[in-house]
Design a protein around this ligand. Structure first.
Ligand code: TGC
Ligand code: FAD
Length: 387
């Protein structure tokens, strides 16, 4: 019998098209050759690896699902594989791609005017214009309907006041997609760096997502032209529609983190000799490794089927919630367990596990906390809204 691939026990690769495999392999090569060598240093120094952005853009990884406007027009499974390979390196790298693609380019593409698409999307695909997405506010991210940020019409402009919290890419961004209450309902505005009264302040002392920029955004009477309002959506379904896109990608990303951690401990436990035999020869260790592989396999199948449903146009938000909940929980548990198996070595960033473990503490919170996704599923099952 052929030896199985420990990181693809159900041969999910055989369910991918040639194009999907090619994309996965080329992103994997980029990650191994260019991103892996620098990531621990960036995490230690709490810096985002901005030097990688031109190559990420060159490979067509920004807004990869969009047709036209300089974008690659790939399918959803390919986008998922991009997220998986990026997060095999670091959640921060995947976050950058998620935010730019699903939270900034997607709303311009889905809710913007033709002029807005022409104005921003090609530069964003090229990595020359960086975006951020401002929905969360400090008084409660799980309940965005309760936002305080508001916009008031003033002639041909809008006046935006308020603030946003925990915004990925905030201090890197040239534009911010900001969701604000208006008299007509929640609307999306494209704020530009340098607009008077618009300020980003980086959040320091993070123990998680250290290789990613996270910021607070402040709006003090920011005058925003009507031409910068996304005209084709009103209501919470606007931002939530973007979250569905990003959460879909996030179901794939943590599979990458989990594979990185498992791969590392398979090597480590094979080499490390304790009590006269390799650590991997102990039943207690093999049980743990087997459990990790079982959970990774389930997650791979869940995300692949989700991607196929997305490409077929049948995917529903509740299905995304199940996979986001399952796959992030899977990866967080695996990263924590791998950290333990590495013993003392597991506490430094020389090994991947603790970095992934700390990152996944954010991933389980952002894009809907684990509880939010559980309650979405509960609502589907019972028909009762428990929020
Ligand atoms: P609810 O009444 O359920 O819905 C309001 C309207 O929105 C529609 N809708 C959705 N549309 C698309 N996708 C979804 N997932 C949707 N969920 C709901 C819904 O049909 C309705 O439309 P309409 O036409 O009837 O008005 O809203 P609710 O206020 O009860 O909220 C439900 C809840 C709690 C699930 C929602 O508020 C929620 O998801 N909260 C969590 C917020 C969240 O995830 N924030 C993430 C911020 S961004 C981020 O974290 C980026 S991290 C990026 C990175 O670095 O990778
Ligand atoms: P809260 O909503 O205050 O939740 C606190 C706790 O209460 C959680 O455990 C939650 O599960 C629980 N809870 C909430 N409601 C209920 C309920 N009804 N029943 C039971 N328990 C409940 N946001 C953006 O808009 N853009 C970004 O780019 C972005 N990037 C981020 C990057 C990082 C690194 C982090 C950490 C966050 C980011 N966020 C971003 C914000 C993120 O989406 C929020 O942190 C998240 O939605 C949770 O909101 P909160 O932190 O205010 O927690």
């Amino acid at each position: 019998m052929a030896k199985l691939n420990p990181f693809d026990l159900y041969d999910v690769a055989s369910l991918l098209s040639e194009e999907e495999l090619m994309i996965k392999d080329s992103v994997a090569r980029f990650v191994d050759e260019r991103a892996m060598p620098v990531i621990a240093k960036h995490f230690d120094e709490a810096t985002f690896p901005q030097e990688l952005v031109p190559e990420i853009a060159e490979m067509g990884l920004l807004g990869s699902s969009i047709e036209g406007y300089g974008c690659a027009g790939l399918n959803s499974v390919s986008y998922g594989l991009i997220c998986q390979e990026m997060e095999r390196c670091d959640s921060g790298l995947r976050s950058f791609v998620s935010v730019q693609s699903s939270l900034c380019m997607y709303p311009i593409y889905a809710y913007g005017s033709e002029e807005q698409k022409q104005r921003w999307l090609p530069g964003m695909a090229a990595g020359e214009i960086i975006g951020c997405f401002g929905l969360t506010e400090s008084h409660g991210g799980s309940d965005p309907a309760n936002m305080k940020t508001h916009a008031r019409r003033d002639g041909d402009d809008w006046i935006v006041n308020g603030s946003k919290m925990w915004i990925t890419n905030g201090n890197l961004a040239d534009i911010a997609i900001v969701w604000a209450k208006t008299e007509q309902g929640i609307m999306g505005f494209v704020l530009e760096k340098g607009m008077s009264g618009f300020e980003a302040r980086e959040i320091k002392s993070k123990m998680s997502l250290r290789a990613s920029v996270t910021s607070e955004l402040y709006f003090d009477n920011v005058r925003v032209p009507e031409a910068n309002r996304l005209p084709n959506v009103v209501g919470l379904k606007g931002p939530l529609g973007c979250l569905t896109q990003a959460r879909y990608g996030i179901t794939w990303g943590p599979i990458g983190s989990a594979i990185a951690c498992l791969s590392e401990v398979i090597d480590y436990t094979s080499d490390r000799v304790l009590f006269g035999r390799p650590l991997a020869a102990n039943q207690a260790i093999q049980l743990r490794l087997a459990d990790m592989a079982r959970r990774i396999t389930s997650a791979q199948l869940l995300s692949l089927q989700l991607g196929r449903m997305k490409d077929a146009g049948t995917m529903q938000p509740t299905q995304v919630s199940i996979a986001k909940w399952n796959n992030v929980r899977m990866a967080l548990d695996i990263a924590r367990d791998c950290r333990d198996i590495l013993g003392g070595s597991g506490i430094t960033t020389e090994y991947h596990a603790i970095r992934h473990m700390l990152n996944l503490e954010s991933v389980i919170t952002y894009e809907g906390t684990e509880t939010v996704h559980q309650l979405v599923v509960g609502r589907e099952l019972t028909g009762i809204n428990a929020f």
